[in-house]
Design a binder for this molecule. Sequence first.
Ligand code: NAD
Ligand code: WQD
Length: 340
Amino acid sequence: MTVLVTGGTGYIGSHTCIELIGAGYEVVIMDNLSNSTAQVLDAIGQITGKRPAFWEADCCDAQAVESVFAAHPDIRAVIHFAASKSVNESQAKPLQYYRNNLLSLIRILEAMQRHSAHCLVFSSSCTVYGESASQPVNEQTPLQPPTSPYGATKQICEQIIADSVKAGSGLRASILRYFNPIGAHASGLIGESPLDTPQNLVPLLCRAAAGKSGRLQVFGNDYDTPDGSCIRDYIHVSDLGQAHLAALTRLQSGKAESATEIFNIGTGKGFSVLELIRTFEAVNGVKVPYDIASRRPGDIARIWADTRLAQEKLGWKAHKSIEDCLQSAWLWQTHCTQKH
Ligand code: NAD
Ligand code: WQD
């Protein structure tokens, strides 16, 4: 079966393509390279023995999307990763975020309808839960009003998908709410490599440890958590890739109980920023220079996932430990020094 992977040269997309190819899927990638490079295709080829078909094109461009579907009439499913993902940048450039994240989804859904591709897996985020009174959060936990345009786009995209499914054109969708993806492929050949300065904790932590940037700033040690730093649910990106495979398999099997299903994709365990630093230092034998800084506006104190639904319905759970995550992140950092 042929799967269109939008955003497939990006961080999560590239790791997912490896899982898909490994499971025997034909993969077609569409990416405008706004936050990735085509070199990733060589690495995917090296790891899997198969270089995926690639279209450098923008998902917001209806004609470009049509060309990809027309060239691959056997596309039956889409995994839609393509989006802009920086919370900060979305605050500075809200229109760019609304246009890219909403329009790309709409163009893809329109083309899927025209070409009778009925299965969609969509990248959502735990950001939709905001600050919840109790942890862990499950899929029924009420969503909070979004605190950034980025977060708003994920909530609106979820609604667009649910409405499209309800309209009865045959579309079936699996919405995956990722928690904090980290780490890199075990080969050390691909990992997180944003074109701009990274903003997420683990790439910044790796850069600080490698002496590639200044000291890591720990945003707050006065939260109401055991060590005062924030708690998140960090999931290895290859485990996350496998979750997409499981979601796709369920969509194709017709076993889904409703035409739109939503799953939390995390580990079910929370780690604090300071615990992460200590674990990184222990498993990699390298020091992380850091300072305690003030809180980052908009951060929530804690969130981790209730993952029982994914386990029950998708037969999926995360296998890699926090140590695996941080070892692979460091391996990638040391392999990619020429880029970062
Ligand atoms: P990424 O930036 O590494 O990958 C996204 C890819 O999409 C990039 O290769 C980029 O060039 C491409 N892209 C963006 N807009 C496009 C467009 N209009 N047309 C074609 N290609 C386009 O990001 P990622 O971390 O791999 O995230 C993938 C998805 O997962 C995104 O939807 C993101 O919002 C979501 N997500 C990410 C995280 C995270 O922490 N990384 C957490 C939750 C959800
Ligand atoms: C993790 C923890 C920071 C950087 C964001 C998005 C979310 C999702 C994942 C896309 C926090 C602390 C960070 C630093 C620090 N992305 N930190 N120093 O904020 O949980 O989630 O990425 O959907 O939507 O909001 O991830 O990696 O930025 O931060 O102390 O230099 O690390 O305060 O507690 P976050 P993050």
